[in-house]
Design a protein around this ligand. Structure first.
Ligand SMILES: NC(=O)c1ccc[n+]([C@@H]2O[C@H](COP(=O)([O-])OP(=O)(O)OC[C@H]3O[C@@H](n4cnc5c(N)ncnc54)[C@H](OP(=O)(O)O)[C@@H]3O)[C@@H](O)[C@H]2O)c1
Length: 278
């Protein structure tokens, strides 16, 4: 089972959502800054996957990175999560939609294989439905055919995961969730991930947790550690076993976010942050 420390899975993912025309420039800047993990989705509503591909191609040509240096992750997004710019035929079966979306992602990203393929979100907020089961089986076929190395799910609850594992007898390699400090940093789902050797990818670590960033204790420890509050949150996330995402558009923040890997918080501080808000 790969771990966030294994050489093929970086310790930070650069997220490419909401960047529109700036996607290519920002992804290239992120690669030049040192990010080696890229998260995108074949969901034109929030991501411009072809722009990620442009950045990759520019970075390869400039000798910044090679494909082998990178961890590329993209997603299959169900019809309700998309706008009119669909990467598949909506009249086709879900299995065919997965195959079409994947083929289109590989074209966008200029690769024959991604490192991770994520189900963007289950069809229902409550249960792992038959539709999800069909999509997951189709994703497994993509993996068996070598078009992705690993598989994952996003925006899932503990109930989704329990049902999913019961149905498919196999846990995903990744769970990617929004991580709220007031919900114990998604405590229940993270516990399930630990129990099943799943790597938990946390997003919105800063935007969902403004109360943590502004907390006087965090400010105090940050000052003592010579780190920013944002770096404290990323360092905490990593020490709590998460693989964090950042989608910063700022070159300074790119450097600071990557430098958070060197911030080592004492165990009692990690424990304190675990329960700071919930
Ligand atoms: N699976 C899903 O459904 C889903 C949903 C949402 C996001 N995601 C993924 O997660 C990625 C990250 O998204 P996110 O929701 O975490 O938000 P985000 O787009 O990463 O936003 C982070 C915010 O924090 C700021 N920031 C970053 N580093 C900072 C630093 N060192 N100091 C101060 N401010 C800093 C950024 O501002 P600056 O730009 O000014 O630095 C930005 O406003 C997305 O791009 C996407 O790939 C996935």
């Amino acid at each position: 089972m790969p771990t966030p420390d294994s050489p093929t899975i970086p310790t930070f993912l650069y997220g490419t959502a909401w960047k529109e025309d700036r996607t290519a420039t920002l992804v290239e800047a992120a690669l030049r800054a040192g990010f080696r993990g890229i998260d995108t989705a074949n969901q034109r509503r929030h991501y411009f996957e072809a722009g990620v591909g442009e950045a990759l191609s520019a970075a390869y040509s400039a000798g910044v990175v090679t494909r082998a240096d990178l961890f590329l992750q993209t997603k299959f997004t169900n019809r309700p999560g998309q706008d009119h710019r669909l990467p598949y035929d909506p009249a086709a079966s879900l299995s065919v939609q997965v195959a079409q979306s994947m083929a289109n992602s590989l074209e966008h990203l200029g690769t024959e294989q991604v490192d991770s393929y994520i189900l963007h979100g289950p069809a229902s907020n409550y249960d792992w439905s038959e539709a999800d089961a069909e999509v997951w089986e189709a994703m497994k076929k993509e993996r068996d055919a070598g078009r992705t190395r690993l598989l994952g799910v996003s925006n899932v609850s503990l109930a989704h995961l329990e049902q999913m594992v019961a149905v498919h007898k196999e846990a995903p390699t990744f769970v990617q969730n929004r991580c709220y400090a007031r919900l114990g940093w998604d405590r229940e789902v993270r516990q399930f991930c630990r129990d099943h050797n799943i790597i938990y990818q946390g997003f919105s670590l800063l935007t969902a947790n403004v109360e943590v960033l502004r907390h006087p204790l965090i400010a105090q420890i940050a000052q003592r550690t010579n780190a920013t509050a944002a770096q404290m949150v990323f360092a905490f996330a990593r020490q709590a076993g998460m693989l964090p995402l950042t989608g910063t558009s700022s070159p300074d923040h790119m450097r600071q976010d990557l430098a958070s890997s060197a911030v080592q918080l004492p165990a009692d501080v990690v424990e304190m942050i675990e329960t700071l808000a919930g």
